[in-house]
Design a binder for this molecule. Structure first.
Ligand code: FE
Length: 170
């Protein structure tokens, strides 16, 4: 028993690191506002976010940039799980709402809850679009269009960098 003890400890550490909880703790270390359970609305300045977020994430989430089509890590991602906000940890989309879109960005037909996201009119680039923002941290996530599949007919066209996927473990 004793000579296998360290193997058991390694196994426990390995399994713990694999779990979403351990992942959340890692994110929290780098970002004190990160939480997958909190529902409080965040009021954090961009000066503060700039210190916390990576430059590419800051540019999309806080400055409304768009990642190039067909380049995002979740565009062709089909695993079962939950997509969280990469800025604050708010649960945004279930993988069951993801559909194969040809637009070049990961697309969903509905958010986890109606109030998981906010909407704002966006008139940039001489277009009239509706911007989708995280309801907890007000970060830019992408846009919503009316050409999605049933049951909603909506296409939440998201930037992969603003999402963090956590697989279902069972
Ligand atoms: Fe957020």
């Amino acid at each position: 028993m004793q000579k296998h003890f360290h193997k058991i400890i390694y196994a426990i550490i390995f399994l713990t690191l694999q779990s979403g909880f351990a992942q959340e703790q890692l994110y929290k270390k780098a970002n004190p506002y990160y939480s997958r359970t909190a529902v409080n609305v965040l009021n954090v300045s961009n000066t503060e976010w700039k210190k916390i977020l990576s430059k590419p994430l800051y540019q999309v989430a806080r400055e409304g940039a768009t990642e190039r089509a067909f380049t995002g890590k979740y565009y062709k991602h089909n695993k079962k799980g939950v997509y969280y906000c990469a800025v604050c940890g708010n649960a945004l989309f279930f993988s069951t709402a993801k559909f194969a879109s040809t637009c070049g960005w990961p697309s969903f037909y509905e958010p986890v809850r109606a109030n998981s996201v906010h909407y704002r009119k966006d008139f940039s680039y001489d277009m009239e679009r509706t911007e989708v923002l995280c309801a907890r941290c007000e970060s830019h996530l992408g846009h919503i269009f009316n050409d999605g599949p049933l049951p909603t007919g909506k296409r939440f066209c998201m930037n992969s960098i603003c999402l963090q996927f956590e697989p279902l473990t069972n």
